[in-house]
Design a protein around this ligand. Structure first.
Ligand code: FAD
Length: 391
């Protein structure tokens, strides 16, 4: 296990780096890894072919690994499409690649929309109710890793995300709330880079995948702020999850497979009410200190609009798999923002939390991705430093 050079309290948060690493290693990472494999959390509903509202698609992706494996409609037996086929048996369908984990169960839709809200999220641009154009993707089969997507198209997306939405960064003029939005985006960017580095195509001819520590160093570790923002984003999302504990504990996780669904619920409870988490880091981030002052409500609307723009920009990511994970994780951040800032409290009296199923799937998969990144940075950081120091 590594002990990297970061110490002290994670900026703007309530726990220190060492605690986060231990908590993640011993509790959160193992629980999340199991959770995201359950049927409820592994299927994400998404519109993959989206019109980019800003630029023409210039398809910058060359690797086969760029594309997402979804199950085409003609692979489903007729019976699955009819409501009467809503049987409780757990019939899986095989995806083209023939791997068991590629299975997609279309009956999920009828089974699991019960009890899940279709309420809009003011922080995101996605319309998850447009069923005709949506498809299910098995996230387990489409891991976030190196895809070869780079160059002007990728750069343009990141530039737009940073410069259009955080034009003043890193000037002192930025208020605390803007800094938090910036840190969330930068933390997500770090996490994406960490996943590229942790699963990199080392040799195309032999299809050999493995960690690329040089890339990890060059894109993330060399920049302490990027590491700090990763930890910040992790704690922010963790706070949103624990704040929503009462809602999440009783949410409907049914997919038609009682054993797996009970497992999802049990893992959620183990995470939400974990004694180690509650004693080591009970409030990972204190959201109550934000949006104070007269201009609070106006500022919130402005930042909400900025974040909706970021969400819309995700439709312009020119590589399918990157777009899948980009949209999912931005929706996850939007869900965390909604939990922390758009329900209950003075501004929204009596407005209790309502989540769309997709929002919860995005939230927990995002937390898992951030947890993986924190673990990788913690484990690999000292190794990279040792290599660097030895040069
Ligand atoms: P980039 O990562 O493109 O960074 C651009 C610039 O942003 C840097 O030069 C730096 O100034 C700044 N920057 C970098 N990191 C941070 C940070 N953490 N905080 C603040 N500023 C920063 N590629 C894949 O292989 N697999 C994927 O799954 C994948 N998903 C993507 C998802 C999205 C939404 C986007 C926009 C891109 C994705 N990409 C993915 C592409 C990948 O992120 C890089 O853009 C690409 O690898 C080229 O990297 P780069 O070295 O040019 O720097």
């Amino acid at each position: 296990k590594g002990t990297h050079k970061y110490s002290g309290v994670v900026e703007d948060c309530c726990c220190d780096y060492e605690t986060v690493d231990h908590l993640n290693e011993d509790v959160l990472h193992p629980l999340l890894q199991d959770l995201v494999k359950t049927p409820f959390f592994r299927y994400f509903k998404i519109k993959l072919w989206c019109d980019c509202p800003f630029w023409l698609d210039d398809g910058m992706c060359h690797l086969r690994d760029c594309s997402v494996c979804e199950c085409p409609e003609n692979e489903f037996p007729e019976s699955f499409k009819k409501p009467s086929s809503r049987v409780l048996s757990y019939d899986y369908l095989m995806c083209q690649e023939g791997k068991p984990e590629a299975a997609v169960d279309r009956t999920l839709d009828q089974n699991t929309f019960r009890g899940w809200s279709e309420a809009d999220n003011p922080w995101t641009y996605d319309d998850e109710t447009d069923n005709a154009e949506m498809t299910y993707v098995n996230l387990q089969l489409n891991p976030e890793r190196y895809t070869g997507y780079s160059g002007p198209s990728a750069r343009r997306i990141w530039d737009a995300v940073y410069s259009e939405n955080c034009p003043k960064y890193p000037s002192e003029e930025m208020c605390q709330e803007e800094k938090i939005l910036y840190k969330l985006i930068s933390g997500l960017h770090s996490s994406i880079s960490v996943h590229i580095a942790s699963e990199y195509l080392l040799e195309e001819a032999t299809n050999m995948w493995g960690p690329n520590l040089t890339l990890l160093c060059d894109r993330v570790l060399k920049y302490p702020d990027r590491v700090r923002n990763l930890y910040f984003a992790f704690l922010f999302v963790l706070r949103a999850v624990t704040k929503a504990a009462d809602y999440l504990e009783y949410a409907d996780y049914s997919t038609g497979n009682p054993t797996e669904d009970l497992k999802a619920q049990s893992l959620m409870r183990q995470l939400l009410y974990n004694p180690t988490l509650q004693s080591a880091c009970p409030v990972p981030f204190d959201e109550a200190k934000l949006w104070k002052g007269q201009s609070g409500p106006e500022l919130k609307l402005r930042i909400q609009k900025q974040f909706r723009n970021i969400s819309a920009i995700m439709d312009c990511v020119g590589c399918e798999k990157c777009r899948l994970w980009g949209k999912l994780q931005v929706l996850g951040i939007g869900t965390a923002l909604k939990i922390l800032f758009s329900v209950e409290g003075k501004e929204h009296p009596g407005q209790s939390l309502q989540l769309q199923r997709n929002e919860l799937i995005a939230l927990m998969n995002l937390l898992n991705r951030l947890s993986e990144s924190v673990k990788f940075v913690n484990e690999m950081g000292p190794k990279v430093e040792a290599i660097d120091g030895g040069k």
